[in-house]
Write a protein that binds this ligand. Structure first.
Ligand code: MN
Length: 391
C-alpha cells in the first residue's frame, strides 16, 4: 500500500435498515521500508490485511487478498463473507505459485460486512465479522471498547491458556508467530461472527502496528474523537509517533443509521465460529491449523506447546457458556469449541426452546455466550424466559 497517511471515506448507498460510514488511514511507520498492510472499502464490506514475506511478498499478499475480498463478496449472509475470505486465500496461493519471488508469502485479514440477519430473505440486517491472523476488529460503544476477534498467534494461545499475561504477551520475543494466516494452506480455519448493529456504535479494524504501540485507554480516547476520518487519522498518527515499529493501518466504521440499542444492556458478542470449507470445526488442534511457513519455528518451541497442552485440560473445563443443545437453551461447562480433546460438558437445560427466542438472542445463543459462573448462566436464561413470556 502507498506510503504516508491517506484518508478516504465511504457512505453506504444501500437503502435498507443499516447505513455505515467508514474511513481508513495507513502509514509505513518509522522502521520498515515498505508498507505491507492494505485495506479496502466498498459500500458493504470493509477489510484490513497485514502481509508478510520477503522481497515484495507481504505487500503483494495483502493487496491480492483485499482486492479479491472486495470483488468476491456479494452477500447476502455471514457464510458468503467467509466464502470471500476463502477466495482471497486461493488467490494468494495461486499468485505465490506463479512467482518464485513470492514463495511463502502470507497475510492476515479481518473484515466487517453488512449482511442479512439470521432470518435471511432481506430481514433485519446485521454485521458479519471474519478473521484470520492477528489483525483485530474491536467494537466501541457506550460501554467502552471490546475486542471482537481472537488473535491467531502463539502468544494469544498462551494467554488464553493462562500461561502468559496480556502484558507479558505484548513484549514476548515470539509475539509475531502466527498460528493461522491466508496463503499458507488450501483450507484454513476462518473465524466469523454475527453482531447486532446499534446506531452510533463504531467498529475499529486494525493491523498489529496499532495495538502494539497504543494501549486500550488511548485507543478508546482516539476512536471516538471527531469524524470517522479524524479518528482513523489520529489513531495512525499517534501509533507512528509512539514508535512506529511496524506498518499501521486503521479502518473506522460507524453505524450512522440503524436500530437503537435496546434497554441499556450490552449486546453480547458470541464466541467465534471456526470453520473450514467443509463446516464447523469442533476440535481445534494446533497442529492442524499451523501452516508450513511456521512449522519449523513451531517445532523449536515444542516445549512451550507441551506446557500449553497440560494447562489446557484445566483451562478447557473452567468456563461456563450458554448454547444450544438439540434446540434447547442449555448451560455447558468448558469452552464452546473444546480445546484439543477436551469437549464441553452439558450441565443443565431442556425447558426452553431456542426457536422461541427473539432473533438477536437466538443468534447469540447459537453462537454461544460466555459467562463467568453457573449462577450468571441461570440468570441469563431466566431473563430469556421472561422475555419469551412477555411476548
Ligand atoms: Mn504488522
Amino acid at each position: 500500500m502507498e506510503d504516508g497517511i491517506g484518508v478516504g471515506s465511504r457512505r453506504s448507498r444501500r437503502q435498507r435498515s443499516l447505513r455505515l460510514e467508514a474511513a481508513w488511514a495507513t502509514h509505513m511507520g518509522r522502521v520498515r521500508e515498505v508498507n505491507q498492510d492494505d485495506s479496502g472499502i466498498t459500500d458493504e464490506v470493509f477489510v484490513v490485511a497485514d502481509g508478510m514475506g520477503g522481497h515484495r511478498g507481504g505487500e503483494v499478499a495483502s493487496a491480492v487478498a483485499v482486492e479479491t475480498m472486495l470483488e468476491s463478496f456479494v452477500g447476502p449472509d455471514r457464510t458468503s463473507l467467509v466464502r470471500a475470505v476463502r477466495d482471497a486465500n486461493r488467490a494468494v496461493l495461486e499468485r505465490a505459485a506463479g512467482d518464485t519471488d513470492l514463495t511463502g508469502m502470507g497475510t492476515t485479514l479481518c473484515a466487517l460486512a453488512i449482511v442479512d440477519g439470521p432470518g435471511g430473505q432481506g430481514g433485519d440486517e446485521v454485521l458479519a465479522v471474519a478473521n484470520i491472523g492477528d489483525s483485530r476488529v474491536y467494537r466501541y460503544d457506550i460501554d467502552g471498547l471490546v475486542q471482537v476477534t481472537d488473535d491467531h498467534s502463539l502468544v494469544a494461545d498462551l494467554v488464553r491458556a493462562g500461561e502468559l499475561t496480556e502484558e507479558e504477551a505484548k513484549v514476548h520475543p515470539q509475539r509475531n508467530i502466527l498460528t493461522r494466516a491466508l496463503g499458507i494452506e488450501a483450507d484454513p480455519i476462518i473465524d466469523s461472527w454475527e453482531l447486532q448493529p446499534a446506531r452510533n456504535d463504531r467498529y475499529l479494524l486494525c493491523s498489529d502496528g496499532l495495538f502494539n504501540e497504543l494501549d486500550d485507554g488511548r485507543i478508546v480516547e482516539l476512536v471516538d474523537a471527531g469524524s470517522v476520518a479524524e479518528a482513523a487519522n489520529s489513531l495512525v498518527s499517534e501509533a507512528v509517533a509512539a514508535g512506529g515499529h511496524d506498518n499501521v493501518t486503521v479502518l473506522v466504521v460507524e453505524v450512522v443509521d440503524g436500530p437503537e440499542r435496546s434497554s441499556g444492556s450490552r449486546l453480547p458478542i458470541g464466541r467465534a465460529r471456526p470453520e473450514r470449507s467443509r463446516g464447523h470445526v469442533q476440535d481445534l488442534n494446533p497442529g492442524d491449523e499451523t501452516g508450513m511457513m511456521f512449522r519449523t519455528v513451531m517445532a523449536s518451541i515444542a516445549v512451550l506447546l507441551a506446557a500449553f497442552v497440560l494447562v489446557a485440560g484445566v483451562w478447557a473445563r473452567q468456563g461456563w457458556f450458554i448454547g444450544s443443545d438439540d434446540g434447547d437453551v442449555a448451560i455447558f461447562r468448558g469452552r464452546p469449541v473444546g480445546i484439543l480433546w477436551f469437549d464441553p460438558i452439558f450441565v443443565e437445560g431442556g425447558d426452553l426452546r431456542v426457536s422461541l427466542l427473539d432473533d438477536s438472542t437466538r443468534a447469540a445463543v447459537e453462537q454461544t455466550i460466555d459467562v463467568g459462573t453457573l449462577d450468571e448462566a441461570r440468570h441469563y436464561i431466566e431473563r430469556f424466559r421472561a422475555d419469551v413470556n412477555d411476548r
